[in-house]
Design a protein around this ligand. Sequence first.
Ligand code: AHR
Length: 517
Amino acid sequence: MRKIAIFFVQLLAFQSFAFAQSESPISMTIHADQGKTIINKNIYGHFAEHLGRCIYGGFYVGEDNAKIPNTNGIRNDVVAALKDLNIPNLRWPGGCFADTYHWKNGIGSKNQRPEFVNRWWGGVTEDNSFGTHEFLNMCEMLGAEPYLAANVGSGTVQELIDWVYYVNQEDGSPMSDLRKANGRDEPWHVKFWGVGNEMWGCGGHMRPDHYADIFRQYSTFMTDWSNSDGLFRIASGANVADYNWTETLMKEVPKNIIEGVALHSYSFVEWNDKGSATDFNEAQYFSTMQTALKMKELVEKHSAIMDKYDPEKRIALVVDEWGGWYNVEPGTNPGFLYQQNTMRDAMIAGATLNIFNNHAERVRMANLAQTINVLQAVILTKEEKMILTPTYHVMRMYKVHQNATLLPVEFSNIDYQFGDEKLPALSVSASKNKEGVIHVSLVNIDAYQARLVNLNLMGEKIKAISGEILTSAKLQDHNTFDNPERVKPKEFKDFSNKKDELIVNLPPFSVVVLEMK
Ligand code: AHR
């Protein structure tokens, strides 16, 4: 009975958002003089699959499109928005799609490229008009490093060797000649390579030992004895908490032929009943955050296994698929994974990026799934219109951490309680950039309770503080094509300096980034 009463009170608070002030302030200390690990900018990577309207209609609208401003078929508005995020790398062409993709069908004259049916995603026919040249040239426009996911599931070793030579070799090989014949003299020098995707599932339903051998074979032939090309070969990694997968790869693959091990983990209400992206209650919000915050445990446990075999931390943990996954928007193709993006997604993004920052020693690359019109997108498009999602704004606010030095933060967390269950309400990470500017990103995931933080900065004298906040009236708030600026960052002023302590008031479900110099 008591549980029902608590739930009812919380439900009311959830709906009316009568924000309550936190009773006891949380003491937080940031050690500004103790940073040693760089937050690799590649943690802020993105993912573009041939899935729904991510590539076609999202990034690419065709060279002949007179309605949507574009450069060589790539939307100008998308390029400008992504450049503003400083996106460091972009993964392509999948996902599950990657293990069905034959890259040679996507080069050369467009009217001679064969069509194919995208069996994984929506069963639609694609014309291969967006291929290797289009993707790699687009990465140059974006200033992002390409991350190519190779077809291992239905491809061959030779097909991958040819792709590496096609994009990376200066000259003197049939593949470099073919590239030149297709209009590109200079190689693109692609460093990041995924060797298959989800090999335990859509990549071929392989067992870990079998995949470890396959990886050894593919990886060996991608470069020479000493990897003088400097390739960064990423093994298809575990599904969520499949620790045996990571253990097997780390044990069975020689360390000189692997540079990264992947991990995929999504946030959801329930995998078999994902619920609406916009119409959710507090119980559903709480469940989503439970799966999102699980990322900390996943990263720590997979890292602990990697530490056993690679104590020098030479091999990176690459979380190359993460984000929220809900039911598609009503009336859209279920295979297109098109979903809206609310303040709930801003909470997932803020908290997850803090986890990655705080584990930057091992997590050196990550890719939000996916950039445009798919899953937890940063951009949604509709014909010539484009909107930025709450997740976009978090990514933009957090870009200050890219390549900055992680600073240790100490605090005792406080609970966000829902019924009998609880989650840590606060999440934080802090960094100092090359100019000595400190940034602190704070997330309060509590659906109805504000939190006061007493922030104590050790080892640095601060002259100026400013901040930005992303929050809204309701957790379900989101941007639409009719109301594109409903959720957007604002200047944050709810802090005061008292006796060398900064008192910060974090509203419920808010993301705040402070700048101190
Ligand atoms: O991101 C959507 C899909 O999720 C990817 O294709 C696959 O790798 C994962 O299961």
